[in-house]
Design a protein around this ligand. Structure first.
Ligand SMILES: [Zn+2]
Length: 464
């Protein structure tokens, strides 16, 4: 066979998330030197309840695992049985990811050379239809008993590999194995060479499922490495695991540098609202505090209500209304401000902070509203939104590391007008700039970087 020691592994689990779900059964068929076969299986007490649907599928019930050892108690056995072996499983990322997580919970690392039999099947029988285990069993007339139990399924994989060596020449099988072992562990429904077409340059990428709208939008300074990282065998997030199950194609756009990628990502996430971009989607909830000259409770204002030419009296940005309130509470305790005057609570008489002796007393008449307001403005000063520091439109040039690509990002009044790569695009953007709508996310990106960037002043009026 393709290695002196091979472990055919199958797990049963409480669900599909390596992070949140647990192993309920381990089955291992270990084959040394092609001939010595040893089988091992054990139920595992997952320490949590098995959902009814999963119990029905696997036949493993809560009662069956109640007396079984925990993973901690079998970890040493598992490690010994797969140690030094090529780890073979059907959709191996799943089983390997679960084991990695279980070992990780014990503070132990687990690594193995992994061979996925879905990929092996696809490579050897590319035109034979699906490659899930039932299809493989049917195609090769494998004897399947104890289907959906760990040892039963592990035995099927061992049978499958033996069948390959009968059906095909040993060279064919060995070279297919070598190819699969070399390929990064991409989801099986993606073309195995999909990463080859993706550049190692900055840009944004989109993952699509079966629908026209993307599942996920991301950015990186190295597209290929970042995309591969989503599919690394040891899933870091349940999000990546679900993405891997749904993804059917990848699209990407190159940019000259990181700023271009960030701008593009921000815009794509806002306009396309991909299902798996929860963190970035939240940026749409960014707010600023509006505090006027006269004493009044601060107001919360979102991007779309902001006039970029009138930023006076605005403070932030904050990730959400809740974060803005938290910032106000922090300021209140540092500066002795009043919770009632800040609108953090509504009550008559001493505010919550006053009861803790942290409020200077605006709520009980110990401080005038005007004096309190002056102190609020002073405390907020570091958060003041900055006015646009240029007379008009500016360009920020980003050049790729190879020097081959130059992007000129155009901004005016903190708004991103667009990115030009050639003169024609630049003139078009200058002559008919798109409607400039203020976006706190773009403001945040730019305000941090602007002091470090070389800025080119551009004529704002039409060119002639
Ligand atoms: Zn107070």
């Amino acid at each position: 066979m393709f290695a002196p020691a091979v472990a055919f592994v199958d797990l049963e689990t409480t669900g599909t998330s390596a992070r949140d779900d647990r192993i309920t059964e381990v089955g291992i068929v270990r084959v040394d030197n092609d001939t010595q076969v040893s089988e091992w299986a054990t139920l595992v007490n997952p320490g949590c309840s098995i959902p009814a649907g999963v119990q029905a599928l696997t036949g493993i019930t809560n009662a069956m695992v109640a007396e079984a050892p925990t993973f901690e108690q079998i970890a040493r056995d598992v490690a010994a049985r797969v140690g030094g072996c090529v780890f073979v499983a059907h959709n191996a990322r799943f089983d390997y990811g679960f084991l990695k997580h279980e070992f990780g919970r014990l503070g132990r690392s687990f690594t193995a050379k992994v061979l996925c039999t879905v990929k092996l099947s696809r490579r050897l029988y590319p035109d034979s239809g699906p490659h899930h285990l039932d299809a493989v069993i049917e195609r090769h007339a494998l004897a399947a008993s104890d289907r959906h139990r760990a040892l039963g399924d592990a035995r099927i994989l061992w049978q499958f590999v033996q069948t390959l060596y009968r059906d095909r020449s040993a060279d064919d099988v060995d070279s297919a194995v070598a190819r699969v072992l070399k390929t990064p562990s991409l989801p099986p429904q993606l073309p195995p060479d999909v990463l080859d077409s993706i550049p190692e340059s900055p840009g944004v990428y989109r993952f699509y499922g079966l629908n026209a709208l993307p599942l996920y939008v991301g950015k990186s300074v190295d597209l290929r490495a970042r995309i591969a990282a989503h599919f690394s065998a040891d899933y870091r997030s349940a999000n990546d695991l679900r993405l891997s199950a749904e993804i059917t194609r990848i699209e990407f756009e190159e940019t000259a540098g990181e700023l271009g990628a960030l701008l593009r990502e921000s815009r794509l996430v806002k306009t396309l609202l991909p299902a798996y971009n929860q963190r970035l989607r939240k940026r749409a909830e960014m707010v600023v505090l509006a505090v006027g000259e006269e004493p009044a409770v601060p107001d919360y204002v979102r991007s779309e209500a902001i006039d970029p030419r009138a930023l006076e009296g605005l403070y932030g940005p904050f990730a959400s209304r809740r974060q803005a309130r938290e910032a106000l509470r922090d300021l209140a305790s540092q500066a002795g401000l009043c919770w009632t005057a800040l609108g953090l609570e509504r009550r008559v008489g001493p505010c919550f902070a006053r009861q803790l002796r942290r409020c200077a007393g605006a709520c009980v008449g110990a401080e005038t509203p005007t004096a309190h307001h002056a102190r609020l403005l002073e405390a907020l000063a570091p958060y003041a939104l900055r006015p646009w520091p240029h007379p008009g439109t500016i360009g920020i040039r980003e050049t790729s590391l190879t020097g081959e690509r130059i992007d000129l990002h155009l901004f005016r009044d903190w708004c991103w007008l667009g990115t030009a790569r050639e003169e024609g695009e630049l003139y078009a953007l200058l002559e008919t700039p798109p409607r400039c709508s203020f976006d706190l996310d773009i403001y945040r990106l730019l305000v941090k970087r602007l002091p470090r960037l070389a800025v080119i002043a551009l004529p704002s009026s039409p060119l002639h």
